[in-house]
Ligand binder design. Structure first.
Ligand code: HEC
Length: 311
């Protein structure tokens, strides 16, 4: 019996209400007496209690935020990590600030806007597929779709809209899709990530899978995402400061100064898999959609700053 069950809270039927010593105590069911000790020892004792149900997004976020607080005790506001490496490396912050007046991603966002506003052959449009104002679209993705039982990223939602209206899907990681997502991210600047709560066991499993990918060691170097982006956050690897993983989902797609083009979050996963010499998954594979879901969940409430700058 759980020590949190009702029988443990109420005087057993027929028991003396006065604290009549031993005879009173023996009436309590066994589970009540030892249960308290077990509950204190059990790290998940809260799960034994009846509601309030833990919020799955808040749970993964709290876990990661605690790790960053321990690593970055000087950082007053964790939301500052939405700036990426610039939050930790003054040199990066300075060079990015110098680009603020003429941001190099501007033409790409303009391309995305033009694509977004081009009506489909059937007279419909992207905007008609999403039933919310443009600025509110990005904050709600990725989300778990109960019908398909899978995570839907913004890229997939855009392509689904195209298919409904008789158009071919855009190439994952391609210029057009990146430009559209960059436009929606830019339109949502100043808004916070606000993905819907997982509402089923399957949705929670997808979130848990993304979390597992983040903490799992892989590749010839046997390094997890967390090894570099949590344990070693702020340290310099070769000539690069290792950025945080929390809050940065809202920076994507980023504009890569080196490549001179936009790069999606999942393209970054590919890059980081290669860094540890692991074979990357295909773009929009289930594993990476779940990872994208997790990285947005831990960033819930953090500001959207897309498109971010990457060296
Ligand atoms: C060996 C260390 C290492 C590991 C392990 C690693 N990364 Fe990275 N990651 C980097 C480096 C270095 C960069 C910066 C790349 C650059 O500046 O070109 C980066 C950049 C990123 C960024 C961009 C951050 C921003 O604000 O622009 C994200 C997101 C990211 N990594 C996620 C991941 C994920 C998810 C994993 C696990 C699949 C992972 N990384 C594993 C080293 C690592």
């Amino acid at each position: 019996m759980s020590p949190f069950s009702r029988q443990c809270w109420h005087t057993p039927r027929g028991a003396a209400v006065s604290s009549a010593g031993a005879s009173h105590r023996t009436r309590w069911p066994l589970g009540c007496r030892w249960g308290w000790l077990l509950a204190l020892l059990h790290p998940f004792h809260a799960a034994l209690a009846d509601p309030p149900e833990p919020d799955p997004i808040r749970t993964v976020q709290t876990e990661l935020e605690a790790l960053y607080r321990a690593r970055l005790p000087g950082l007053a506001n964790l939301h500052d990590l939405a700036r990426g490496v610039a939050a930790l490396d003054p040199q990066v912050a300075e060079s990015q600030a110098a680009m603020a007046d003429f941001p190099p991603w501007e033409p790409f966002v303009a391309d995305g806007e033009a694509l977004w506003n081009t009506p489909f052959a059937d007279g419909s449009s992207y905007a008609a597929c999403f039933a919310v104002p443009t600025a509110a679209i990005r904050p709600g993705y990725p989300r778990f779709d109960e019908t398909s039982g899978e995570v839907v990223t913004l890229d997939l939602a855009i392509n689904a809209c195209r298919v409904v209206h008789g158009l071919t899907p855009l190439r994952h990681g391609g210029e057009e899709l990146n430009a559209l997502v960059a436009f929606l991210g830019h339109a949502a600047r100043g808004h916070a990530i606000a993905i819907p709560q997982p509402a089923s066991a399957a949705a929670e499993a997808a979130l848990a899978d993304g979390r597992a990918t983040f903490f799992a060691r892989r590749g010839q170097l046997e390094l997890a995402c967390s090894d570099c982006h949590v344990q070693a956050v702020g340290r310099v690897l070769r000539d690069v400061t290792l950025g945080p993983a929390i809050g940065v989902a809202g920076r994507f797609p980023v504009y890569s100064l080196k490549a001179g083009s936009l790069a999606s979050l999942q393209a970054r996963f590919q890059g980081c898999f290669r860094v540890v010499r692991a074979a990357p998954h295909p773009l929009q594979s289930r594993a990476w959609r779940n990872l994208e879901y997790y990285l947005n969940a831990v960033s819930q409430g953090y500001p959207i700053t897309a498109p971010g700058l990457l060296r």
